[in-house]
Structure formats: structure tokens, C-alpha cells
Design a binder for this molecule. Sequence first.
Ligand code: PLP
Length: 447
Amino acid sequence: ANQPELGKQVRAADRAHVFHSWSAQDLIDPLPVAGAEGSYFWDFEGNRYLDFSSQLVNVNIGHQHPKVVAAIQEQAARLCTISPVMANDVRGEAAALVAGHAPDGLEHVLFTNSGAEAVENAIRMARLHTGRVKVLAPYRSYHGATSTAIAATGDPRRIANEAAGHADPHVRHFFGPYLYRSAFNATTEAQECERALAHLEQVITLEGPATIAALIMETVVGGSGLHVPPDGYLAGVRDLCDRHGIVMIADEVMAGFGRTGAWFALDHWNVTPDLITFAKGVNSGYVPLGGVIISGPIFDTFRERPYPGGLTYSGHPLACAAAVATIRAMEDEKTVENAAHIGTDVLAPALRDLKARHQVIGDVRGLGVFWALELVRDPETREPLVPYAAAGAQARPIQQLVSDCRSQGLWILANGNRLHITPPCTVTPEEIAEGLTAIDTALTALN
Ligand code: PLP
């Protein structure tokens, strides 16, 4: 597309009337986007970007997948909307497909329109099921921007909301495993796992087990750190929850639907939580959709007792038709297998190589198409390239890298002192090579 005048109009209308989330309105300059396909999107001035962000880590199947586009078009022609009170064919089919990829015993789905609503409802279910109120969540986490979800969030996005009185006051935070900056002086993954579990057990004891309704955690922590749990950690958390009657909620909003090279990140460790929250990759965000997958005992709580929650658009037919087409296309085209292959055979070795050549890369971690480069001023002291919760001028070095990548046609997101590498699950080895070349160049310019 080369229509700069149209691009100017799009920008002007945006600046005149659109209020942007997470932003100081005068300090942003949103890119007018003309179109997208596969791993790329483009603006109105003829610039094409390789999308290493999958937008907000949701376009797992790539942009404009023809089968998903067709399914939305067909559903729109057939039935655009119908109340959640009714039974609907694509809603039932989407629920069956979602539950079919979850561990046995989680057979029912409450649909929402977003990840935050999924988290709100999962915690509500846990509170009603247990009759307890408190919730535990790791510091390094993001669970959404509504009242309970933002309170469960441990990362800096929580702080301004707490200060404004917008956060549910019943959440307590704990340290999850993070070997590179161990809170427990651990030097091996096994030690980190054991000590993180001992710490969590103390938190439970000191908070009072009988007051804790739920423990919510991202199976693989995404936006707030990219932390892959050490083997044994999730099983240990499951065991602590069982011993204390705490509902275990696995937040798979970002990690689910192929991102880690498995349908759910849980599959890597064979752990069965009581509730799973999902959104994003379930239909790659072509139409907003999220939900909660519910285990038998929690479902039983609401057999005779009404569930006090709902949404006008719960199980919206357009969103569910998109989910059915997305999941079937991912099955047929082996998209999840591709994400696993790219992670193991392409990204892991290439990122190790990049780290060997750039001192600024302190740590590389991830799996599937879900990776982060943690950047440091000094590999010995591990001083972060930018401080925790850096804003404004403090964040400039990492922003410089991001804008260098963008000027080379690579769209990449940074969070804290990390560059996040999260292309679509359909990405090819050639596209990975193209993106890493741009990162390599930007890192060289920084040194
Ligand atoms: N949970 C996790 C793990 C997420 O990464 C996100 C969003 O990034 C959410 C919940 C919130 O999802 P949404 O933005 O759809 O409300």
C-alpha cells in the first residue's frame, strides 16, 4: 500500500478521537496500519513490518488466515449474534474443541470476551466454591486490567491502580522461580524450584491456609518476564493447593494455543489445575474471545446453585466460529508442531549464538515461539539495562533498540529490560533469520 494521504487521514482521526490504553495521550504516535498477512503487516507509506510481537502476543495463526476469515464471513451471513441464554451450534463446538485440548476432567467452558474477564470469573468461581476470599499470585505476572485481575497482577501495571483504589484488596503476592535473579540464592534450577516451593508454603502458612480461595499463576510467565517454570515447580504448586484446599488457576491467556509449542503450556509438565483461563490464541483475536475451562468439582458447585456472573456477549457466535476455524486449521496445518520445531531447532540455537556475540544479553529464556532476551549493563553484576519499572528517560536504551528494529522493518515489543520475541506460531525459519538479523544489527549499534 502506498497511499500516504490516506495514512495521514487515519492518523488525524485517531489523534482527534481515539483514547489509547496504557498511554499518556500526548506522548504516543500510533502507526496507521493498512493491512496484514501471515507474519507481516504494513502501513500506508509502503513500509512492511515483520511481526515479532504477534500484535499483543495473540495472532498465533498469523494475520488474515483465509480459513478463519471465511468462517467469520460465513457465520456473519448466517447468524451474527444470539444471547448466551440460547444454545448455539458454533458455541457448543468451540467449547468442545477448547475442552478437548485441556487435561481430562476439565470439560465445561464459560466464554468471556477477554483474558481479564476470564481471570475475574475464574477467581469468582474459586471464591464461591471455597467460601474463602484471599488470592495468591506471583509478583512477576500480568493477569489483566480489571479490578481483581489487576490486583492479581504483580508487575508495575498494578501499582498505579492500587494507588487509585481500583484494585481488589484481597490479593497477596509471592516470588516465583527466576534463577537468573534468584530471590533464594539458588544456583541450579533444582535448587530454585525447591526453595521457591518452600517460600510459597511459608506464604500460605503465614497468610492462613483457610483464608485462601485461589492461587493464580501463568503457566509460563509472559509479558512480565518470560519465566519457564523449572521441572517439578507446577507439580509442587498443585500439591500445596491440594493440601490446603486452594483452587489452582492456570492462566494460559498468553501461553495457551500453541505459543509454547504445545496446545496448553501445562502439557509440558502434565499438571492438571482446577481452572484454566484462556483468550488471545484461541482464535488469534480475530474476534474478541476468552474463557474459563472448569473442572468437575467446581462445575458441581453450580449444578443447583446459580452462578452469579455473566456477559451479554458470552459465547458470541462470530468469536466462536473464529475459534472453531482457528483450532481446526491449527490441527490440520500442524501449527503447534511448527511452533515447537521453531523453538527447539531454530530459535534456541540462534538466540544462544546471539548471546555469545553480545555482552548486553544477560539471559535468554523461552520455548516454542515465546522467548525473551534479558539485557544488562554488565554481565558480571547483572545490572539491568534499564531499572525495574523504568519510565521516560530511564527507559531510553531499550526504546532505542525497539526503534532501531522498527526502522529495519521488524516490529518487536520490549518490557522492562527485555526484548520479547513472540512471532506467530506459523513463522518460518527464513522469517526468524530476517528478524534476528535486525536484532543483531540493533544490538551492535547499542554496544
Ligand atoms: N492473562 C495473561 C497471562 C495475559 O498475558 C493477559 C494479556 O496480556 C491477560 C490475562 C489479559 O487479557 P486481556 O488483555 O484480553 O484482558
